[in-house]
Design a protein around this ligand. Structure first.
Ligand code: PEP
Ligand code: MN
Length: 299
């Protein structure tokens, strides 16, 4: 069991009352640690012909999950109207997705609608590898006096061939952690090309000082209306978390040393982190060639 570790899990999208209740029940029965139950209500899809979520009616299903299983609920919000509905439906956490974080206008509008609410905010990295865009989104939330902010690293879109679905560019989340000192979770399912990569990526993230994971789960993933290949059954998630915990605890020196104190020269500490990461990645047999060497995404 991992200590001080935040887990966010639940389906990509809320599809029916039965699906959210069954998934939450199985998670509650199997997992040995507390979790925040996630489900997308409005899905920002690349093509409008894809499943776009069940919309507002799904909010009452999630309230039922909260009542029956005493779990906090997280949904994605992309518009101020979504925030209003989250407030009316007793939602605990809202997350801002990768496509939302890229838009300064949307971030201004969402920060204004979140000001003076009790909602806790989870903010994913922007889809493109620009740390400043992520930083700007966080600054907008902070300027709106939002106190409870968690960052989620879900990888970045690139146009070159890669072993990853979304390339991690670990230096970007590490830079964000260093700049803001906020909790950082990893969403290894978006980074991975297959579920087989999730354990190694999670162990790496935790060894780099990440504070937890967001992993999608569904009681019948093969019937899911979105991200069917990425979602874990609750039983598979339980096994995967056990394996992550074992591998993390076995890892020789525990968490990779990171000096994030302000007096430490930023750039040299980042170089140290990148050096440590490169050796961690080599141990995990990930190719660092295309994804790490030729770019500096911290400009
Ligand atoms: C999600 O978590 O379901 C999602 C849409 O994520 P992202 O914004 O990272 O693509
Ligand atoms: Mn998804």
């Amino acid at each position: 069991m991992l200590e001080n570790f935040t887990l966010i899990t639940g389906p990509c999208a809320a599809e029916s009352m039965e699906q959210v209740l069954q998934t939450a029940q199985n998670l509650k029965q199997l997992l040995t640690q507390p979790f925040i139950f996630r489900a997308g209500v409005w899905k920002p899809r690349t093509r409008p012909s894809s499943f776009q979520g069940m919309g507002a009616p799904a909010l009452s299903w999630l309230q039922q999950v909260k009542r029956d299983f005493s779990v906090p609920i997280a949904i994605e919000v992309g518009l101020p109207e979504h925030v209003e509905l989250a407030l009316k439906n007793d939602i605990d956490y809202v997350w801002l997705g990768a496509r939302t974080t890229t838009s300064p206008f949307l971030m201004d509008a969402l920060a204004a609608s979140l000001r003076s609410t009790h909602l806790k905010v989870i903010i994913k990295n922007p889809i493109n590898p620009e740390w400043q865009l992520w930083a700007g989104a966080v600054e907008r939330l902070m300027a709106a006096q939002i106190k409870d902010i968690t960052l989620v690293h879900r990888g970045f879109s690139v146009y070159h061939e890669s072993n990853y679905r979304y390339v991690p560019f670990w230096e970007i989340p590490l830079k964000m952690k260093q700049e803001f000192g906020l909790p950082m979770l990893c969403d290894p399912g978006h980074i991975s090309r297959s579920k087989d990569q999730v354990t190694a990526l999670s162990v790496l993230a935790l060894r780099c000082g990440f504070n937890g994971l967001m992993i999608e789960s569904h009681y019948q993933p093969n019937k899911a209306l979105s991200d069917a290949t990425m979602q874990f059954t609750p039983a598979h998630l339980f096994e995967t978390l056990k394996q992550i915990s074992q591998e993390y605890n076995l890892a020789a020196n525990g968490v990779v040393e990171m000096d994030i104190t302000p007096e430490h020269h930023r750039y040299s500490s980042l170089q140290n982190i990148q050096h440590e990461l490169a050796s961690e990645l080599r141990k995990l047999q990930y190719s660092t060639h295309n994804d790490q060497h030729h770019h500096n995404y911290l400009q």
